[in-house]
Structures are given as C-alpha cells and as structure tokens.
Write a protein that binds this ligand. Structure first.
Ligand code: MTE
Ligand code: MO
Length: 402
C-alpha cells in the first residue's frame, strides 16, 4: 500500500475512531482519551493504526477496548516495546540462515534457525506483557516530589499469542548438556551496538533462572506466521510466565551461565526497588508475572438492563483458579465464569459475569486467583520504576447506566 493511501486511510478512519475511543473509555483511561493520533513508526507500519496508542517510536500500546472476546491477540494489534532501536527488516531476509551461538554447554556450537527447525517443534500460548504494564496506576499515586520515569502503560502493553519453536532443553541436550554449577539461561538480543557506546549499557541481554529450562522455547513463529522482526524474528527466546523483557527478541546467543549477566538491563534496570533507592543487582529481578486481571467490556455508558461484563485474567506461572467481579468498586463480589478454551497456564483466560444493571453509577473491577492461592491485591505499593502492577483497583472502570 502506498504511503499516501495509508495516510489517507489513517486520517479518515483515525479521526473517526479517536472520537469513538474518547467517548467509550470514560474514566477508565484518560491517557487514551487524550491521546493525539500519532502516526505509526515505519518499522511497524503494518500494524492496525486504529488499534494502537503510539507513546513513542519504541512504545506502542494496544487500545483496551480491542481486547474483545477472542483469546489470541492478532499481531497487527499486539503492543511493541523496544529498549533500543529495532533492527532493520533485512535481518529476516534469510530467516533460516539466522545464526545462534550456544554457549555454556559441553559442546558449544552455532546453529542456524534452519537447523533448529529440524531438531524439534512445540507450541505454547503465553501472555507477553511489558514489566511496566500498569505503570500509569503507580504514577497516579505519586505525591510531592516523587518522580517515576517510563511509559505510562495502562493495560494494553500485553497480549496473548501462540509461539512455535524448539524447546531449549532439546538443543542443550543435543549439545552435550549443561555443566554443573550453571544457574541461569542468558539470552542476548541481536541489535547492533552503535560504535563508541559501551555494549554493556546497551545490549538487551537477560538472565533467567535455570529452573525455566523445561519451559523456554526458541520461537520462529507467532500465531502461525513467521515471527515479524518487530516482535523478535527471525528467532526469539520465550520464557513462559515471565514478563516481557525476559523474552529476548532476535536472539543471537543463548548461554547457560553461573551468574546473571552484568548488562545494565539486568543489573540496574528491571529491579524492584523503592522510590528512594537506586536500582542495584541485590534487589529482586523482574522475572515471574504475578496473577492479574482487568475488565475489557463494558468500558463506557450502557442502557439499563442485562449486560455481559467481560475481562481477561492471567496466572503468570500458575494456572488460574477463578475470577471475582464487582460492580460496586470492590464492596461486594460475584464469581465470574471462564469462557473459551484454556490454552494452558501461561495463557490468559477470558471471563464473563452477566449482570442486570439499573440506572446509576458503577465501578467495575475484577480480582483473579491462581491455583497456588495467590490473589490479586487491591493495590500495589510503589516501586521506583513502576514494575509489576497487578492491583485490581488501578484498572477499575467507571460507567454510567441510564
Ligand atoms: N532484543 C530485544 N528483546 C527485547 C526487547 C528489546 O528491546 N530488544 N524489549 C523487551 C521488552 S522490555 C518487552 S516488554 C518485550 C516487548 O515485546 P514486543 O515488542 O514483541 O511486544 O520485548 C523484550 N525483548
Ligand atoms: Mo517491557
């Protein structure tokens, strides 16, 4: 499609949708309502412009009203987050030729994606969610001279997608297995480090505990299609249950290591620290996702009568046990029903609660429970970088029923 056509279509539909979005989100997401329609950056020009909130070239959020009632997030709506500039599409000119170095195994070796494809294939549905999803709800609580940097994501830095790839364990076993004393799986992203900059400050290199070895896959496909470069193609390290940053895109090295990488993105960033502390490697790393849910519909005014209150819930590492929904801001709760397929503990589930709503004001919230007994808290204490928000209060939806 020509650039002119795209702009024309965006200008026409985009203008219309902005008005609809503003009317439909009500109090749920002021950021969304006020968002001026920024154009999609070129490298994700194939995304649905009406689905995305463009925070910046590196941070695109999916609009909340588009979660809908389909379990799987289409790739043209899935959020995008790049810590450094995304590599050019040309890295996927020869997808099967993409090379990955395997280190920290008995027989270190470089394998191509083509070779990996012959070694094994599994599919897994996971929730891909930025560690900072919900940061807006922390920011809303800042007082005095408290400051927090980062993207003010609400709920849309998340999606549920299906990955296909080879289990990392299969590859490690084929390369002679691991050494004693290894504690982490360390994946390195394939972005080029600009000359003159310190690689440790820039490289997207993440270490996760070796306990994930049976879960990690090296994926070349997402939702049944070759993995777009914007989402990590030709090959991505998927750590099911772990937050976004641990899922290293365009992975070029996978190493079993005794220690965590000293890359800044592991040692100083993505640490849970208080608002007054500086981040440091002694603080807990942002790894496993906590149990979480939010309402997806309705997000705006309704006519009195029967309404289907829908939402989605994720258990992080664990299966979900149930979801409660409240229409009075958490004073009273009712059990919601899961709907649609269960794609495993790393996927999210959709839920519904039918309700008869009389005219009045309502605050819709949901509270999920996982199979290990973790319950979504009402709110989450501030942490300095705004990671891991899983409170039920933040994403509350206020609606008027007339
Ligand atoms: N190589 C590489 N991998 C990366 C990143 C990156 O910038 N480079 N960003 C991480 C972060 S912070 C997130 S939230 C997810 C975003 O994945 P997506 O852009 O496919 O939605 O990728 C993670 N993996
Ligand atoms: Mo992220």
């Amino acid at each position: 499609m020509s650039e002119d056509l795209r702009i024309g279509r965006r200008g026409f539909l985009g203008g219309g949708l902005t008005a609809v979005a503003a009317a439909s989100v009500g109090g749920a997401s002021e950021a969304l309502a006020q968002q001026p329609a920024k154009p999609l950056p070129a490298y994700v020009g194939w995304k649905d412009p009406n689905a995305m909130i463009v925070h910046s070239d590196q941070t695109l959020e999916m609009k909340r009203e588009l979660f809908g009632s389909s379990l799987i997030t289409p790739e043209d709506r899935l959020f995008v987050r790049n810590n450094v500039k995304a590599p050019p599409d040309s890295i996927a000119a020869d997808r099967d030729g993409w090379r990955v170095e395997f280190e920290g195994v008995k027989q270190p070796k470089t394998l191509t994606v083509g070779e990996l494809k012959r070694m094994g294939v599994v599919t897994v549905a996971t929730v891909l969610q930025c560690s900072g999803n919900g940061r807006k709800y922390f920011m809303d609580k800042l007082t005095g001279d408290q400051k927090m940097s980062g993207t003010p994501w609400t709920v849309g830095a998340s999606g549920c997608v299906i990955w296909s790839g080879v289990p990392l364990k299969t590859v490690i076993d084929a390369l002679g297995g691991q050494f004693a004393g290894v504690k982490y799986i360390t994946g390195t992203g394939g972005e080029e480090i600009p000359a003159g900059l310190n690689a440790k400050d820039i490289v997207v290199e993440r270490s996760v505990p070796l306990s994930n070895l049976d879960n990690v896959i090296l994926a070349w496909e997402m939702n049944g299609k070759p993995l777009p470069v914007a989402h990590g193609g030709p090959l991505r390290m998927i750590v099911p249950g772990y937050s976004g940053v641990n899922n290293v895109k365009y992975v070029k090295t996978v190493a079993l290591t005794a220690a965590q990488t000293e890359a800044r993105i592991q040692s100083a960033n993505y640490r849970y620290h208080s608002i007054t502390e500086k981040p440091s490697p002694d603080q807990p790393a942002v790894w496993e996702q906590p149990v979480k849910s939010w309402i997806t519909s309705p997000l705006a005014g309704q006519k009195a009568g029967q309404v289907q209150i829908t939402g989605l819930a994720l258990g992080g590492m664990n299966a979900l046990a149930g979801v409660d929904v409240s229409i009075d801001g958490g004073k009273t709760w009712k059990k919601a029903k899961f709907v649609g397929p269960d794609l495993g503990r790393f996927a999210w589930r959709l839920f519904v609660l039918p309700a008869m709503l009389q005219p009045g004001e309502y605050t819709l919230v949901s509270r999920a429970r996982d199979a290990k007994g973790h319950v979504q808290p009402e709110d989450v204490a501030l942490n300095g970088s705004g990671y891991g928000y899983n409170g039920w209060r933040g994403p509350a939806v206020k609606i008027t029923v007339a």
